[in-house]
Write a protein that binds this ligand. Structure first.
Ligand SMILES: *Cc1c(COP(=O)(O)O)cnc(C)c1O
Length: 368
């Protein structure tokens, strides 16, 4: 008697919706007695004669993660050791002396890399207000690469991605979007013609504040080959255990983002009416909220020390709610208010989150 045919998993690139893709993409074929998940492959080298050869070139655990994130973003993904490893590999595409346009309010590590490259004469950088589309388009004219975040960190400004992409392409520049804040569930820049998407997978993709990883996604096969070559040469590869953890986190991305976003929207409406808060910045989606406190830096520092549930910590995108006064970092641009506190809203019960944040804010208005 012949074996019944083993159904193969559906292709994630078909008509499936993002929540399904997050769960099924990058899985092994459905074979009896085989695990549902890709195992952690611990290998520095492989028996010669096949496709993998050496651990810096390829790893089956990376491939599973890359298939899943690539399917969500709509391109081909490469995993990196950290978000900044991905950033530096992409910035390395710029030829000697080329110009990079980037938002003045970018992630500080990206700004520091740009400043470092410029100080060493590698590139020229022009920082722009990403909300001023006409000024950004003008800056693109002699650019080699246009880099942006939207929403920006921590100002939460939004860019007109299709318009800026068109202007950059007209000038022959690459366009890169750091999609860490939005995730592929809320924004898919490749569909707007962007060349490369970068992620700090440390944040929402892995989602549990226990792993550092990065990723690059592109729908251009030539760029993919170049970036893969740079990863092999520069060696910014992730560990297979980290990659497995990030993939495990990615399986619940849609559920976490949905819950965190709902919590954020509710907290925004409560924060807007609180007397200790002079400004609430929220782009209308996602789960990062910035509040500017009426009492400036002192009030902001007090707030970060007077919450119990909310953890005072840098980073973002985990299941747990965290908060931080961004100007405590020397590298943060001085155009970010001293009293700005960035909230990374997690997936806890929103009333518990508000009770804790609310009591800490109340004490700023009426200290006891
Ligand atoms: C954290 C972060 C990075 C850097 O990623 P690491 O994983 O910490 O190296 C880059 N971009 C944004 C928007 C980030 O939030």
């Amino acid at each position: 008697m012949s074996e019944p045919a083993v159904p193969s998993p559906p292709s994630p690139s078909g008509q499936l919706r993002p929540a399904t893709v997050a769960v099924i993409a990058g899985r092994p074929a459905h074979v009896p007695d085989e695990p549902l998940n890709v195992p952690i492959t611990m290998a520095a080298t492989y028996v010669a004669g096949g496709d993998l050869e050496y651990g810096r070139y390829a790893n089956p655990t990376w491939t599973a993660f890359e298939d899943a994130l690539g399917a969500l973003e709509g391109g081909r993904c490469l995993a990196f050791a950290s978000g900044l490893a991905a950033v530096s590999t992409v910035l390395d595409l710029v030829a000697q002396g080329g110009k990079v346009v980037a938002p003045a309010h970018s992630y500080t590590g990206t700004l520091l890399q740009l400043a470092d490259l410029e100080a060493r004469g590698r590139i020229v950088t022009q920082l722009v207000d990403i909300t001023d589309t006409a000024a950004v388009a003008a800056a693109c004219e002699d650019a080699a690469l246009v880099w942006f975040e939207s929403p920006t960190n921590p100002a939460l400004e939004l860019a007109d991605i299709p318009a800026i992409t068109a202007a950059a392409h007209a000038a022959g520049a690459y366009v890169v979007v750091d999609n860490t804040f939005a995730t592929p569930l809320l924004q898919r820049p490749l569909a707007d013609g962007v060349d490369v998407v970068v992620h700090s997978a440390t944040k929402y993709i892995s989602g549990h504040s226990d792993v550092l990883m990065g990723a690059v996604v592109t729908s251009d096969d030539d760029l993919h080959a170049v970036l893969k070559g740079r990863r092999e040469l520069l060696g910014a590869i992730p560990g297979s255990f980290e990659t497995w953890l990030a993939l495990r986190g990615l399986r619940t991305l849609h559920v976490r983002v949905e819950r965190a976003q709902a919590n954020a929207a509710e907290l925004v409406s409560r924060l807007r009416t609180h007397g200790a808060v002079s400004e609430v910045r929220y782009p209308g989606f996602g789960a990062i909220v910035s509040v500017v406190l009426a009492g400036g830096a002192i009030a902001a520092d007090l707030l970060t020390h007077q919450t119990r549930l909310w953890v005072h910590a840098t980073s973002l995108g985990g299941v747990e709610s965290t908060l931080e006064r961004r100007r405590r970092w020397k590298a943060e641009p001085t155009t970010i208010p001293e009293g700005l506190v960035r909230l990374s809203v997690g997936i806890e019960d929103v009333d518990d989150l508000w009770a804790d944040l609310g009591q800490a804010l109340d004490r700023l208005v009426d200290p006891v």
